[in-house]
Design a protein around this ligand. Structure first.
Ligand code: DHE
Length: 524
């Protein structure tokens, strides 16, 4: 009897001990459907909140995701669930969202069309800027801390606007050639078109589930999006982001590929796409501009450059030209005339130079590290054009002669860098030390001696990265990449700090002039 009582007592206490554990083992999928699905979608593809699939969460560590589930995300709709979910339940939901779904999600043309929203029809807003600032010297600053964008006057550095962006913008926003509109791409596939003159979001569309970047055609009429998921490129009319065509990224054997990125090559009149899993580069020409487009390929006004009626009703032929390559090339750099493409081979095995006219490989570039070609810049050195590329896994900047593709110099830095910048009017090129213990430092390189002439450490302990010059090359902005961060304005010649503008984890900065004129010292 005593024994039975003891056993009963033991099993009762065992039950009490396991009771919380039983509660903790609540099915994470049903927890998700109860608490998360209304914002993030029943299928995790996103809704008001971002998509919660492993591919979309690659920028967020799992323990950070747990913290967001528990505490919420300031300045967004994401509330904390600490009062609702036990710590074990939050952990279980986090583990579950990092698990791939049973069936790969799809995103069809019908889904794209359904997501499309025109907030202000083209032509319905005034054509004059609401501000006095030089419209060609504005900067957009992407603040990734609370997912906002700041619009700055590039002369006074006054903030003209600060607006909420989609979750996790990535890659450079792309301007129309007149600088009036800008397109943003988010990692979870949203493209947002913003009217700078009126400070209004005018149209949105979702191109895919996991998008890499977007490009705008040199005449400002088309937007192309590159997706990891689904494996596709998607073409849109720039005027209102109406979807025009989906290109499945498939080779002639039926093998499909993630699309790493898409670039506009205005002198060629084409988009160039980098494919991650098939050994091809794709070139997709856009239709020839009409006479309303000025000869530089940059139209003065998108309204002027609207195709005439007959053309508007014709189906433009955006055929794919497949360029076979011997390696998987998924990170690109282009010379100013876009004839030569420098592509990085997967796994850091150097880079290849492809002549886009003949489709021939004309050089192999010996690169010791893993080049970040997308961050490269060019300038003239002793009458010859050179390109400079930082490395993602080595403290090096490699400088190549673009005439014979020989290595001019490897400049040693204090750690691997992510971004480089210069300007035609500046004697210096700037490179950050993004990774490692020196991530709070930025090097200034003399473009003629190829020596580091100054190393700045503007906010000790905080990552300093990504520079953008103003249109004249006289001043530049550097990000302090921190929630309690800033954009620092420097005099580009004296390298003196002029001003610090507080910002929430500012990442890239994009000057209208430099971007629309394809300035040699900035990314395209
Ligand atoms: Fe980027 C641009 C790819 C990780 C911030 N990044 C680009 C572009 C490509 C690319 C192809 C050019 C697109 C364009 O501007 O149209 N980035 C990749 C990667 O493959 C990589 C290494 C891994 C990944 O997960 O995608 C990667 N990138 C990052 C980051 O971790 C960064 C630092 C923070 C973030 O926001 O995710 C980051 N990438 C940026 C920025 C640009 C960019 C700020 C635009 C630079 C510019 O000056 O134009």
């Amino acid at each position: 009897m005593v024994k039975r009582d003891v056993l009963q007592a033991l099993s009762l206490s065992a039950l009490l001990l396991t009771w919380p554990a039983l509660a903790e083992q609540a099915d994470p999928e049903s927890l998700y459907q109860t608490h998360c699905a209304s914002c993030h979608g029943t299928d995790r593809l996103g809704g008001m909140g971002p998509a919660l699939l492993p591919g979309n969460l690659s920028r967020l560590k799992q323990d950070e995701a747990i913290a967001v589930i528990r505490e919420g995300r300031p300045a967004t709709q994401m509330m904390g669930f600490d009062d609702v979910l036990t710590p074990a339940e939050s952990d279980a939901v986090a583990t579950w969202i990092y698990t791939p779904p049973d069936a790969p999600p799809t995103w069809t043309m019908a889904d794209i069309k359904q997501s499309h929203e025109v907030l202000h029809p083209f032509g319905s807003l005034p054509d004059e800027p609401t501000f006095d600032a030089d419209p060609l010297n504005l900067f957009l600053v992407v603040e990734t801390g609370d997912h906002h964008v700041s619009l700055l006057d590039g002369d006074s550095f006054e903030r003209i606007d600060r607006f909420e962006s989609r979750y996790a913008l990535h890659g450079g926003p792309k301007y129309t050639p007149d600088g009036r509109y800008v397109f943003f791409g988010s990692r979870d596939g949203w493209i947002s078109k913003y009217d700078i003159y009126n400070q209004k979001m005018v149209a949105e569309v979702r191109a895919g589930i996991n998008m890499r970047n977007i490009a705008v055609s040199g005449d400002g009429r088309y937007v192309m999006a590159a997706n990891y998921l689904p494996h596709s490129l998607v073409l849109f009319a720039a005027q209102d982001l109406a979807p025009m065509k989906v290109y499945p990224a498939v080779n002639e054997n039926g093998d499909s590929s993630r699309v790493s990125a898409v670039y506009a090559a205005p002198p060629r009149g084409s988009f160039i796409a980098a494919l991650k899993d098939i050994k091809e580069v794709w070139e997709i020409p856009w239709p020839k501009p009409t006479s309303a487009v000025v000869s530089t390929g940059h139209m003065k006004d998108p309204i002027e450059a609207r195709p005439d009626r007959s053309q508007r009703h014709a189906t433009p032929n955006f055929d794919v030209r497949r360029i076979p390559v011997e390696d998987y090339l998924d990170d690109f750099f282009f010379g100013p005339d876009y004839r030569y493409l420098v592509g990085a081979a997967r796994g850091g095995q150097g880079a290849r130079v492809i002549d886009l006219d003949s489709s021939e490989k004309i050089a192999d570039l010996p690169l010791e590290g893993m080049p970040h070609l997308g961050a490269g810049v060019t300038w003239m050195l002793d009458g010859r054009r050179v390109m400079a590329i930082p490395h993602l896994n080595k403290g090096l900047v490699s400088v190549f002669d673009m005439q014979n593709w020989s290595l001019v110099k490897n400049i040693e830095t204090q750690g691997p860098g992510f971004f480089m910048r210069s300007h035609e009017n500046s004697p210096y090129a700037w490179v950050d030390v993004f990774f490692g213990p020196n991530s709070d430092k930025v090097h200034v390189i003399d473009k003629q001696t190829l020596e580091i002439v100054k190393t700045l450490q503007p906010a000790p302990g905080k990552t300093a990265a990504h520079v953008e010059f103003d249109r004249y090359g006289e001043k530049l902005l550097l990000s302090i990449w921190d929630r309690d961060g800033a954009v620092i304005v420097y005099d580009a010649k004296t390298l003196e700090e002029l001003q610090r503008i507080p910002m929430d984890k500012p990442s890239g900065k994009y000057n209208v002039w430099n971007k629309t004129r394809y300035e040699e010292g900035t990314s395209h």
